[in-house]
Design a protein around this ligand. Structure first.
Ligand SMILES: Nc1ncnc2c1ncn2[C@@H]1O[C@H](COP(=O)(O)OP(=O)(O)OP(=O)(O)O)[C@@H](O)[C@H]1O
Length: 200
């Protein structure tokens, strides 16, 4: 019988999808994770149709491709997510995530709700973690406290947060939901999910 899951990746680290509203603490916790375990985790290399800047190496900074090659990959369902910024296209391919696992690293995908739905349609066999703010009111305080977002951005992030929290309640969507109330407590739970053997 054909094996389930990605061919040849059965014994490789499963990707971890980290999602959660903007301001829920994804960057904060991922930075800690990368600092604590520098070689264990990796990010996938995105595709882009823009030209490389001096010093940018193909396959390292980005996978630089032509518009035609990019469109072909879209038609072949090769992308988890893709978007256009200005005249250039950017995307995360399924193969780029597999390449991280092939190197023996756990690929971390920091993506939003639509991306989560897309990953579920692939054969990546990912594990899903949702980071939830204690409340929308506290989320608003944190977004303001961060001091990086304009007022209109804060409003649209909060509106989007309500949708993400609603979707996260769908049974079976996430393997783990962490409420980021106390940062140290959230970190312990985050670490346990991402590095399970250390806590077993
Ligand atoms: N448990 C916590 N208690 C208090 N403040 C927190 C906690 N976790 C994170 N923060 C603060 O909340 C703000 C938002 O966190 P962060 O930038 O990590 O969110 P994010 O999910 O990565 O957002 P985005 O998706 O917009 O990048 C930051 O200023 C961070 O320091």
């Amino acid at each position: 019988m054909a094996p389930t899951g990605p061919a040849g990746l059965e014994d490789k680290p499963r990707p971890i999808v980290v999602s959660g509203p903007s301001g829920s603490g994804k960057s904060t916790l991922l930075k800690r994770l990368f600092d604590a375990y520098p070689d264990r985790f990796g990010f996938s290399v995105s595709h882009t149709t823009r030209s490389p800047r001096p010093g940018e190496e193909d396959g390292v900074a980005y996978n630089f491709v032509t518009k035609d090659a990019f469109k072909k990959l879209i038609d072949e369902n090769g992308f988890i997510e893709h978007a256009q910024f200005g005249s250039n296209m950017y995307g995360t391919s399924v193969q780029a995530v597999k390449s991280v696992a092939e190197k023996g690293q756990t690929c971390i995908l920091d993506i939003e709700m639509e991306g989560v739905k897309q990953v579920k349609k692939t054969d990546l066999n990912a594990r899903f973690l949702f980071l939830q703010p204690p409340s929308v009111e506290i989320l608003e305080k944190r977004l303001r406290g961060r001091g990086t977002d304009k007022e209109e951005d804060i409003q649209s992030r909060l509106a989007q947060a309500e949708k993400e929290i609603e979707y996260s309640k769908t049974p079976g969507v996430h393997d783990k939901i962490i409420i980021n109330d106390d940062l140290e407590k959230a970190w312990q739970e985050f670490k346990e999910f991402c590095v399970p053997e250390e806590s077993s």
